[in-house]
Write a protein that binds this ligand. Structure first.
Ligand SMILES: [Zn+2]
Length: 395
């Protein structure tokens, strides 16, 4: 008897809001739902001509992945059509035309038992209107504030340090006190990396770095890293003040990620700095492919959580292995389901299916190996799919 978690409620601890897309061509749909690689914009930005043959190749690459094959098959079952992109896209377009967009999105979320989406609205930009998104999805939406959006706005202005630091602190405080945001998020792993010295918290570091950046008109060498590291430390301090969690992107992302400096281990020194031990930190993406590091950190440091997003669903069949490796060290009470999905409602649904399948497989192995009973496995699944995230975010 295989474990079955399909009836369990889901809180997706890390994902992104999306705008309404009623009718998509097959190629457009593939661009919306596939992983962030194979982008025509990436080639164009490098001065490479993208002709029809190149676009066709990009489409083929996107449709080739294990992740995409799984998603397509689950959607074909949902719509009861052939497992081809043409048939699935036609079925979703027809369903939206027949039912209306909101009813369609709701039925998919209900089918995955998705109750709550904790969304980082720093992607896509400009930000999606969350009131509209809430109405269209029919689920609870909990927004998280991405500090890099604010940092970019402040860098684009021509202010000195006094004004910059005030605007930064006030922007965060406003988001958390009146903006409805339930926590902060940083993608510093996409920018200058996770090797952040706790000494960066000194305000002098921020001031000197900003002055250098202003003088160099954007080309400040190490200054941009020094400034981002300082602002990251300030974000930790604001999270402690407001008693909200900080999500830190670790591990893989799209092609922009600083792949050599995204390992969770690089954060250790900062996370165990005495003044920062009170901050609740969620290591987003479990640092995949370095998930064992994230699991270990969640074991030895009491205020660290990890989510399973991005490896789940984008690493396809690795889902069960990622979960097994995280659970080697991480207490199950410190692990949350997340997807990092975006674009349209369909991948939110298929990611929840894959997450439940992968966790069932990983926990079944642990039952077989006599680490737990079936009842314990079910309790752990409930914690990972909803209870841990509800406790962490107080929702
Ligand atoms: Zn994300």
């Amino acid at each position: 008897m295989m474990l079955d978690f399909s009836d369990l409620a889901v809180v997706d601890v890390h994902c992104h809001p999306y705008t309404r897309k009623d009718r998509l061509s097959a190629d457009e749909w593939v661009d919306e739902v596939s992983f962030g690689g194979g982008s025509a914009e990436y080639l164009k930005a490098g001065g490479i001509a993208v002709d029809d043959a190149a676009l066709e190749t990009l489409q083929r690459v996107k449709r080739d992945t294990l992740y995409f094959r799984y998603m397509l098959r689950r959607l074909a079952e949902y719509f009861q059509v052939d497992a081809t992109v043409a048939a699935v896209v036609e079925a979703r377009n027809r369903a939206i035309a027949d039912q209306g967009y909101a009813a369609y999105a709701r039925s998919l979320h209900q089918a995955g038992r998705i109750e709550t989406l904790i969304v980082d609205d720093g992607h896509p930009l400009p930000p999606v209107n969350l009131e509209r998104f809430r109405a269209e999805t029919g689920v609870e939406i909990v927004p998280i504030f991405r500090i890099e959006v604010l940092i970019q706005q402040l860098l684009d202005e021509d202010s000195g340090w006094a004004k910059f630091q005030r605007a930064y602190d006030e922007g965060i405080a406003l988001a958390l006190s009146e903006g409805g945001y339930k926590g902060l998020k940083s993608i510093i792993a996409y920018r200058t990396g996770l090797d952040i010295d706790p000494g960066s918290r000194s305000s002098d570091q921020g001031m000197i770095a900003l002055e250098k950046i202003r003088r160099a008109r954007g080309r400040g060498g190490d200054a941009i890293k020094n400034l981002r590291d300082h602002l990251f430390c300030r974000a930790i301090e604001r999270c402690i003040d407001f008693d909200v969690p900080l999500q830190v992107h670790t591990g893989m992302g799209d092609w922009e990620v600083h792949l050599a400096a995204c390992r969770p281990a690089l954060l250790m020194e900062l996370l165990r700095y005495p003044a920062y031990r009170a901050c609740k930190v969620l290591l987003v993406h479990t640092g995949y492919p370095y998930q064992a590091e994230a699991g270990y950190i969640a074991n030895v440091l009491p205020n660290i959580w990890c989510d399973l997003s991005e490896g789940l669903p984008f690493a396809g069949n690795a889902g069960k292995r990622i979960i097994a490796e995280v659970l080697e060290m991480a207490p199950p009470s410190r692990v949350c389901y997340g997807s990092d999905t975006y674009g349209t409602p369909e991948p939110f649904y298929t990611s929840a299916l894959l997450g439940k399948q992968a966790l069932a497989q990983a926990l079944q192995d642990l039952i077989d190996d006599r680490f737990m009973t079936e009842a314990e496995a079910r309790d752990i699944a409930k914690m990972i799919f909803s209870e841990n995230a509800r406790e962490l975010y107080g929702i």
